[in-house]
Structures are given as C-alpha cells and as structure tokens.
Design a protein around this ligand. Structure first.
Ligand SMILES: Nc1ncnc2c1ncn2[C@@H]1O[C@H](COP(=O)(O)OP(=O)(O)OP(=O)(O)O)[C@@H](O)[C@H]1O
Length: 594
C-alpha cells in the first residue's frame, strides 16, 4: 500500500500549510512574522469554533469566553504564583470545559438559538466578573504578564520561536478537527446538525454528541487563548472577552466554509491579512474602519458562495490535485453480490408488541387503545384514511412519541425490552424511515448509509463494507458517490430504507415509502421490500397504495379514528364493509347494498 505522504492531497496540503512557516522565515520581516502568528492563532480559534459551530451546527456567538478564560488563567497563574503557562493553560482548559458543560447541558437539550444566546450571556457575565475582581485581575485597567523570557514562560525574544509555538497549537487543533471529521463522532455531529430526528433514528445520542463537541471546542479555544495571552503579554477584559472577537472567529469559519476541515483555515488565511493591512491603511479614517472590510468580504461571500469558499471550490481544486501522480482515483464499481438468501418464509414468534397505546393531542384522541403485534419474518401493513392516527402509532413504535398510556416492547433474543427514546429503540433493533424523507443532503449516499452502520462499529472500513452491502440490497450501488441532495424522489426513498437497514435492524418500520414514486420505482421498491423481508427483517409498513399493500402484506391492520378497526389477511380486510365504509363513507356501502 502507498504511504499516505505520496498522496498529492496529503503532500499538497502539508506544503500549503508549511508556507505559514517558511514564508516569514524567508522574508524575515517583523510584520510578516506577526501576521503569520496571528494567522496561526485565528486559524486555530476558527478551527476549534468550527467543531461546535460547523460540524455540530451550534452557533456559538460568545466563544471568546473560552479564549478569555484560557488567557487569564495562564496569565494569572504566572503573575500571582509563578506557575508556568504550560501548566496554567491546562487549568484554563479545565475551567473552560466546566463552563462549556454549564452552558451546553441545559441549552443543547433544546432546539433553537438557546446555545448561542447562552454563550453570549456567559461571555458578558465572565467579563463583568473579571472586571469586578480587580484585586486579582487588574480590572478594566488590565493585567501585565511578567516578562520572564524563555520556553518555560512561553515568552520569547525572537519572533520565529513564537511562530513555531503558535504553529504547534494550530497544528494540534487542526489535527483534532481532521480526526473528528473522519471519525464516527464527526459523522454523528454532521447528522445531528442536518437532521436531528433522522440521526436519533439511527441510534445517535444527539445531546451527548453536541455536548462533547462543545467541550472539545472550548478546551482547544482555551489552550490557544493561553498562548495568545503570553504572546500579547497584556490582558484586558474588554478585548479578551469581547463579542467582536467571538464574531470574528465565527466569521473566518463562515467565509472559508462551515463544517469543512479546511474552511476555517482558508477563511483566516484569506481574510486576516487583508483586514490587518486595512487596519493600517484605514486607521487614518477613524478607529474600527477595518471592520468595514470584514463586512464587505462577508457580504460578498454570503452572496456568491453561501456554502463558503471551500464548500464551493473544494471539488474543483481536488480534481486538479488528483491529476498529479498517485492522485485519488474513483473506485471501480463493486461486482454485484449474489441475491440475499431467503431465510424466513413462515411467520415466527412475536418480535414487536404494542399494548393499549393511548395518545392525546389536547382534546384529540390520536391513538385510542391501539394494540398490535409484529411477528418474525412478517410484513404487516398498516392502513387507514388520512388523519386516522397511523403516523402517531408509528412514532410511538419508534420512540419519537411517548404514549400517555400503554407499552411498546421489543424482543431482543429471549428477553423483551421497553425502549424509551428513538436512539434506544434503534439500538434495540427497530429501524425506521420518515414519511417526509430526511436525507443528510450534504453527505454522499455512501456516507448517509455509513451513518446507520456506525451504530455497530467505530471503524470506517467496516461501516463502508456494510454500506456497500446495503446499497446492493436497495439498488443504490451505482449512486454511492452521489451527494444525497441530487437523488430523485425514488432514490431518496431507497436511501431512507438503506440508512435504516445499515443499523442491522430486526424490525423495520416503513412510513409511506412508496408515496410519490412513479410506477417503475414502485415496482422496484416492492421488490426491495420483499428482499428485505427475505433477508430476515420483519417489516411494518404504513402505506396508502392499496395494490402494493395487498401484494406485500402477510396481514393488515386498519386504523380508523385512532382505533384498530380490523386486523387480518389482506383479502378479508379489504372486503370488510366496515373498512370500506371507513375509507369511502357510509353512502358508498349503502349504494353497494342497494
Ligand atoms: N403533534 C401533533 N399535535 C397535534 N395534533 C396532531 C399531532 N400529530 C398528529 N396530530 C393529529 O392527530 C391525528 C392523527 O394524525 P396522524 O398523522 O397520526 O394520522 P395519519 O393516519 O398518519 O394520517 P396521514 O395518512 O394523513 O399521514 C390527526 O388529526 C392529526 O392532525
């Protein structure tokens, strides 16, 4: 196997990054050194911010609170106790992680802008506290870091030494971000950002993932803050805990490309030098006029590159790089695998049971004492008129709605368990699709399916192998490298099924997977559902398309006004006058009788 360093994507990336080091060394200009150090610091801060703001999609607008805690912790420990900032920075990181937990734990359980608001609130509170305790912090007048020169004090005479240390902090942060993006955790963060419900349906604990991202991001930000404090040698609350700094960090990531590893670096490298130069040139026109440059750049990018520079240009740039020797080649299509074996033809033991489910929405009884059982190897069709309560039952069977009364139990081996949340249902072997498809639009088909596969493995290679297998079962092999957003409706519906199947469910709940498909896609989907059942998965499907339900189902349950109206063999159920009346109204049955 070729060593990774010979891959042009790797060596071009490393060469580009090393320019931050060799350019100042070659030019030997004090300003260029300062610029390169600032680029390392801000690219590091933007990269750390991007873990929570980009990967996890939680817009932190008060991230300077962690920068400030880092810089003040290291500065105070040096000034008051003579403790080296190499130790002090870890004290700052510990405090930052606690603050991140305090902010994230309550707010990330809620959806919406609460996390953003809480970060701003904490920023203000901490800034006021630092200003208030002037005996310790120097208050608004600021704090001078004692000028003890040498590596143990992180203060140097030569700029190149600062640059090396700054580059080290930046490189570690970038490496962490890159490892996260490639890992199962990174996939989970993006899934939670794009579609929290769909992520939970494949077993992702969304809250835990978001909190972990917030803490990792806070720790990295704090460490860089400690270094920057030592570099500046002067700390003041209005700069270290400023909203402006928080927004600046977020803006670099936004301009470069949210959620990409390279985006924050590209954003910083392009914007920071321009803004620094503008600061010098425009200062004659008034303090802060360089902010105008930031503003204009942001407006330009938002108008012409809404996904950020890297988001828009990375594919073209990568194609060029891949032309170099040893460049990345698209994988040849996998040879077709043999069709799955039919392993379950007769109905087996019960595998999923709902007993006495009740659910009210205000005065409306959406589910009224519904009981049903799904058996091993069975396809159970659930039908009923619009608004009958099918989806509400379905959501209770997958943990998305808690019943007011009644229980849902799943058989795992010989035991029965009662999962409580979507992720515990998924882990108990219940996979589901959504009536309105929920693809992770920015990810490829392969990555979408891998998200399901990650429920049972941390390894990318294993998740990829499962994804290929499932893609074969769902007719998606040819589309594995396609972005999910460019699939047809039929493709998206099959992708929903594939993602659920990749969790290796024993029960699959399908919510109107045939709706909106053209006749050839319907035929394809019917064959797919049969293959899934034949591979040993029990299927419960809500469907309006009667012909397909009749053709596929072993049994049918009819739900009407929240109750089970009838249950039995397809032919018996559809000829039942009560069922016909529920669908077509009393007039129709009377007319038939006449
Ligand atoms: N979150 C909710 N809040 C209030 N009412 C709801 C909620 N969800 C569903 N309902 C109501 O509960 C009833 C049952 O809805 P449900 O979506 O379960 O029906 P359905 O049989 O799946 O319908 P369709 O076939 O049209 O999808 C409807 O009257 C619906 O308006």
């Amino acid at each position: 196997m070729m060593p990774p360093i010979l891959n042009p994507r790797v060596y071009i990336g490393l060469l580009a990054l090393s320019a931050i080091l060799w350019l100042p060394l070659a030019l030997q200009s004090s300003f260029v050194y300062h610029l390169a150090i600032q680029v390392c610091v801000f690219a590091g801060l933007a990269t750390a911010w991007n873990i929570v703001g980009g990967f996890a999609g939680q817009l932190s607008l008060g991230h300077a609170v962690f920068y400030g805690i880092g810089s003040y912790s290291a500065g105070l420990l040096v000034a008051k106790f003579g403790i080296s900032p190499w130790i002090g920075m870890f004290a700052g990181a510990a405090v930052s992680s606690v603050v991140a937990l305090l902010i994230a734990y309550p707010t990330l359980r809620l959806r919406g802008p609460f996390f953003s608001l809480a970060t701003i609130a904490f920023l203000e509170v901490v800034r006021l506290l630092v200003t208030h305790f002037e005996g310790w912090t120097g208050g608004s007048a600021g704090l001078n870091v004692p000028l003890q020169i040498g590596l143990p004090w992180m203060i140097f005479r030569e700029k190149w030494a600062y640059l090396l240390v700054a580059f080290g902090f930046f490189a570690v942060t970038l490496l962490v971000a890159w490892l996260i993006r490639r890992s199962r955790f990174g996939f989970y963060l993006i899934a939670v950002r794009e579609r929290e419900d769909a992520a939970r349906a494949v077993g992702v604990n969304a809250v835990r993932a978001k909190i972990a991202a917030a803490v990792i991001s806070a720790v990295l930000t704090s460490l860089i803050g400690s270094f920057h404090g030592m570099y500046l040698t002067f700390l003041e609350p209005s700069a270290a805990f400023s909203l402006e700094l928080s927004i600046q960090i977020a803006m670099f990531a936004l301009i470069g490309g949210l959620g990409t590893v390279a985006g924050p670096v590209v954003g910083t490298v392009l914007v920071l030098p321009v803004a620094e130069l503008a600061r010098g040139w425009l200062s004659a026109f008034g303090n802060g006029t360089h902010g105008f440059v930031y503003g204009m750049l942001l407006v330009f990018v938002v108008l012409f590159f809404p996904r950020g520079l890297v988001g828009h240009l990375s594919q073209q740039v990568l194609r060029l790089i891949d032309r170099l020797p040893n460049g990345h080649k698209a994988k040849a299509a996998e040879p077709a695998r043999p069709a799955v074996q039919r392993i379950a033809t007769s109905l087996g033991q019960p595998i999923l049971k709902a007993e006495g489910l009740h659910k009210r929405f205000g005065g409306l009884k959406a589910t009224d004492d519904v009981s049903l059982t799904l058996h091993e190897g069975e396809i159970l069709g659930v039908i009923g008129p619009n608004g009958a309560g099918k989806t509400t039952v379905f959501n209770q069977l997958s943990g998305f709605i808690r019943p007011d009364q009644g229980t849902v139990t799943v058989r795992t081996g010989v035991d029965w368990s009662s999962p409580r949340s979507p992720e515990t249902f998924a882990r108990a072997g219940v996979g589901r699709t959504f009536q309105i498809v929920q693809p992770f639009a920015g990810l490829s088909v392969m990555e979408n399916i891998m998200l399901g596969a990650f429920m049972h493995t941390r390894l990318r290679s294993e998740a990829e192998a499962v994804a290929r297998e499932v893609a074969h079962l769902t007719d998606l092999t040819a589309l594995l490298d396609t972005e999910a957003r460019s699939l047809t409706v039929g493709g998206m519906k099959r992708l929903e099924v594939a993602r659920a199947l990749a969790t290796r469910p024993r029960v699959l709940l399908l919510d109107e997977v045939l709706a909106g498909l053209n006749p050839s896609d319907v035929a394809r989907a019917i064959e797919m559902i049969k293959r899934i059942r034949d591979s040993g998965v029990s299927v419960l499907m809500i469907e309006h398309l009667m012909q397909a339900t009749m053709a596929l189902s072993d049994r049918i349950v009819v739900i009407n006004v929240g109750k089970v109206l009838r249950e039995g063999k397809p032919a018996d159920v559809v000829n039942d006058p009560a069922v016909i009346e529920a669908y077509l109204g009393k007039g129709y049955t009377h007319a038939q009788a006449a």
